[in-house]
Design a protein around this ligand. Structure first.
Ligand code: EPU
Length: 426
């Protein structure tokens, strides 16, 4: 087991560069199945989830070579169509291979992802979208089996009970690019990660309009080529680093990003009393004492992302006053609450609404979380807590953050990565 040992209360100062976006890289990598020619992807983050998807794609006949943050991909066997339970279970975003496999190979057998520790995550909209493109979709022995000799353009509405689906839009978009005729995706996700996927598909030769809006138009092609493409920077990693600087009362700059993608987060930081300076590719956050309490509701883009909700809660645990935190995308995504309380946070969770009464100080403790963003929130809380905090099960964090400990250390955080055999004696 790997843990972070953190000695808190060092204000973060300095500049750090964001890595490539995990949630953009995953559907882009999966869409490489569609390419007839070689694909080179740059700024692909070196995180656990990307490594898992590379394993899935290797089993699907793609040869993938990493060289630093670049990945070179070529299809060497276009026949495999099965993504195994063991891998999909490990990372549900493996489900992103469904659309590309179906469109390029005429058949896909992808394990149902199963339960998720951030709450219910149905895949009905993915299946509806692919069925409406003409696929026969069945559940067989725990697998989604989708078949179609040819897909046909259609008008597909992807709105769900809590807004559009991000990876559902990725699957339908990645299938529609090889369908015969025009597809209109209504209530498509507008997240920057979908724009990134669309731009990659365009680089392969796909005809797509409306990216970044809730209606995407796709004119299907007979085949797609290869391309070199640079993945977008990780807005969630950038937001996490800015919130880390904020919670420590520091002043830090994150570079290599598109500040506009963080607009809702930056405005909320301003409401909480921080000074924000943004330019073309960077944002600086400056603290002036204790944050003010603010209410935070996670929403689909362009709202505050659910993937930053836990980190916000860590900050608000130290705010002056009472804040209300809600998550409209994953209403049950509150695994961090009980662990933050172990550090001294005062949070009451009732009916998917967390009321956070800010305290003047958190105190170090041993904590553990079972998902990626909850782990990040605990690291942030540890950076602000008095004394020593040990955050266990960092493997969850490493699934989605590229060397978060090193980036934080670069900003002056006292954080060490330690391999622990036991919880005791640290
Ligand atoms: N939903 C449905 N039916 C579906 C799909 C989704 O009802 O078929 C509902 C979900 O239950 C949820 C909402 O729609 O309430 C949004 O789910 P969505 O499908 O958009 O989530 P996702 O595509 O499975 C991606 C990210 C998540 C991120 C969410 C929301 C990737 C690989 N994953 O998941 O990232 O939280 O969008 O922005 O892109 C993370 O990085 O920590 C993470 C969980």
């Amino acid at each position: 087991m790997t843990s972070f040992r953190i000695t808190g209360r060092a204000p973060l100062e300095g500049t750090v560069e964001a890595s490539g976006s995990k949630n953009a890289a995953l559907p882009v990598l999966a869409a490489a199945i569609l390419a007839e020619g070689p694909v080179r992807l740059e700024r692909v983050p070196e995180v656990g989830d990307v490594a898992t998807l590379i394993e899935v794609l290797s089993e699907l006949g793609l040869r993938i070579e990493r060289a630093g943050d670049a990945v070179n991909i070529e299809t060497i066997d276009p026949h495999p169509v099965r993504a195994r339970y063991e891998l999909v279970r490990r990372m549900r975003a493996s489900f992103c291979v469904l659309g590309p496999l179906l469109a390029r190979r005429g058949k896909a057998m992808v394990s149902l992802p199963g339960g998720c520790n951030i709450g219910p995550r149905p895949i009905d909209l993915h299946l509806k979208g692919l069925s409406e493109l003409g696929a026969k979709v069945e559940i067989e022995e725990g697998y989604v089996a989708a078949r179609a000799d040819r897909l046909f353009g259609a008008v597909i509405d992807l709105s769900g009970p809590r807004g559009p689906t991000v990876t559902g839009t990725a699957n339908v978009l990645s299938a529609a690019v090889l369908a015969r005729g025009t597809t209109v995706i209504e209530n498509a996700a507008t997240e920057p990660e979908i724009v990134d996927l669309g731009q990659f598909l365009r680089a392969l030769g796909a005809r797509i309009e409306g990216l970044g809006t809730s209606t995407i138009y796709v004119v299907g092609a007979e085949e797609l080529g290869g391309a070199t493409y640079r993945v977008a920077a990780d807005r969630i990693e950038a937001g996490t680093l800015l919130l880390a600087a904020a919670i420590t009362g520091g002043r830090a700059t994150v570079t290599g990003i598109v500040p506009d993608q963080l607009r809702a987060v930056l405005l909320k930081l301003r409401d909480a009393g921080f000074t924000i300076q943004g330019s073309k590719d960077r944002v600086t956050v400056m603290s002036h004492g204790r944050p003010r309490a603010v209410d935070v509701t996670a929403l689909p883009y362009p709202g505050i992302p659910t993937d930053l909700q836990a980190q916000w809660m860590a900050l608000l645990a130290l705010a002056d006053g009472q804040s209300v935190v809600r998550d409209r995308v994953f209403p049950g995504r509150f695994a961090h609450v009980d662990e933050l309380k172990r550090l001294g946070a005062q949070i009451e969770l009732r009916n998917s609404t967390a009321t956070v009464t800010g305290v003047e100080r958190l105190t170090g403790a041993h904590v553990a979380a079972s998902d990626l963003r909850a782990s990040a929130a605990l690291v942030l809380a540890g950076l602000a807590a008095e004394g020593r905090t040990v955050v266990h099960h960092i493997e969850h964090l490493d699934r989605g953050y590229q060397q978060l400990d090193e980036k934080l250390a670069q900003l002056g955080a006292k954080i060490e990565r330690v391999a622990l055999s036991k919880y005791h004696g640290v």
